[in-house]
Design a protein. Structure first.
Length: 363
């Protein structure tokens, strides 16, 4: 089997959505998510101008060799644009493998280890009034989630109000997670820890960007008796994750399949985390392709903890543009799709009917 063509589909069905489609000489094609929110066209250009010409004629089953070729073949490595492009190729190649073999991706990665609990990501909750945030969380729990994430990083008073409103609304049985989105100082962490402890938060995610080593060390010394710290969505490749693990501050590892380097690299990162005795959670999945790949990945690795879902019922990147739709099990877990490869189809007519509109970066 050979790769004979590849194209990038840039669209905006409500949000910007970039899809990579790789075609082979025996008619099997693979899909990969190339969406880098806020920098969509940069990835599309990187793929079209620099990557795709290099993979024509290659064997799509050689995911390892092609990953190394695309990563090590370039002098300028890592970073969001490069790694999102490599991840899209890698995801599409795994999709091709699964389709050619008639097997869902999770079975190619080792088979399902256990059901993966899902939580509703904090983006849907946002910085609305505390009562409105609590109301949205209640809707998510009614929809099946047994865990929700609070978006921190507003003023401290508002963060405190939302934290208390959420715990009051959710009761003691729903897990509450907290994400500061890199908007805290060490003093903010110091002030919020008693509040998060009172709310029974399961972790504090990304108080700072991952390269602020001294801040992380201080935060870890403050947080360790109270709650774990989590990070990973801003990291690329196993090398950056190894550095994170060596720092010793983080107890929950959160790779994003479309940032860290795709399925191939995410499996390696899970092994690094396993060797450190740490659980892996996926970072938020806004497109149907990333969503599906992340569930396959977490189902197959032995140290998965939580799957981060967008928590929205009307996200067109996961519903109108992609099928089949996911549903949560009654216990709040999410199962991988059973179709071959990713198990996801993208409606290209729908994407063509929703061309790109470049709005401001939303994240
Ligand atoms: Mg986050």
């Amino acid at each position: 089997m050979k790769i004979i063509d590849a194209k990038v589909l840039v669209s905006c069905p409500g949000r910007n959505f970039v899809t990579l489609k790789i075609l082979t000489d025996d008619g099997v094609f693979g899909l990969g998510d190339a969406t880098l929110n806020g920098r969509e066209l940069a990835v599309a250009s990187y793929l079209t101008d620099h990557v795709l010409p290099c993979i024509l004629g290659r064997d799509p089953f050689q995911t390892e060799d092609l990953w190394q070729y695309l990563y090590r073949g370039a002098y300028w490595r890592r970073g969001p644009v490069t790694m999102t492009a490599i991840a899209a190729v890698d995801m599409a190649l795994w999709d091709i493998k699964g389709k050619a073999l008639g097997q869902p991706l999770y079975r190619l990665l080792g088979g399902a280890s256990r059901p993966v609990p899902a939580y509703a990501g904090g983006f849907a909750l946002g910085y609305a009034e505390p009562a409105a945030v609590a109301e949205e969380a209640a809707r998510q729990v009614a929809g099946g989630y047994r865990a929700v994430k609070l978006r921190l990083g507003d003023t401290l008073n508002r963060d405190i109000e939302r934290s208390r409103a959420l715990r009051s609304e959710l009761g003691p049985d729903v897990a509450l997670l907290a994400d500061a989105n890199c908007r805290y100082s060490v003093d903010d962490v110091r002030a919020m820890l008693p509040v998060l402890a009172e709310a029974g938060a399961g972790w504090l995610e990304e108080p700072f960007p991952p390269y602020q080593d001294r801040s992380w060390r201080t935060a870890a010394s403050l947080a360790r008796p109270v709650l774990p710290l989590a990070a990973g969505e801003n990291l690329y490749t196993r090398y950056e994750f190894q550095r994170l693990l060596d720092g010793g501050a983080v107890s929950v590892v959160q790779p994003d399949l479309s940032r860290c380097g795709g399925v191939t690299e995410a499996v390696r990162i899970a092994a690094l985390a396993s060797a450190a005795g740490l659980p892996v959670c996926s970072h938020g999945c806004h497109t149907g392709l990333n969503f599906a790949a992340s569930v396959h990945y977490l189902a197959a690795i032995e140290n998965a903890w939580y799957f981060e879902a967008d928590g929205s019922t009307d996200n067109p990147l996961r519903t109108a543009a992609c099928s089949p739709a996911y549903s949560l099990a009654a216990d709040g877990t999410v199962l991988p799709l059973e179709g071959p490869g990713l198990g996801v189809e993208v409606d290209e007519d729908y994407l063509r009917a929703h061309p790109l509109t470049q709005g401001p970066a939303w994240h």
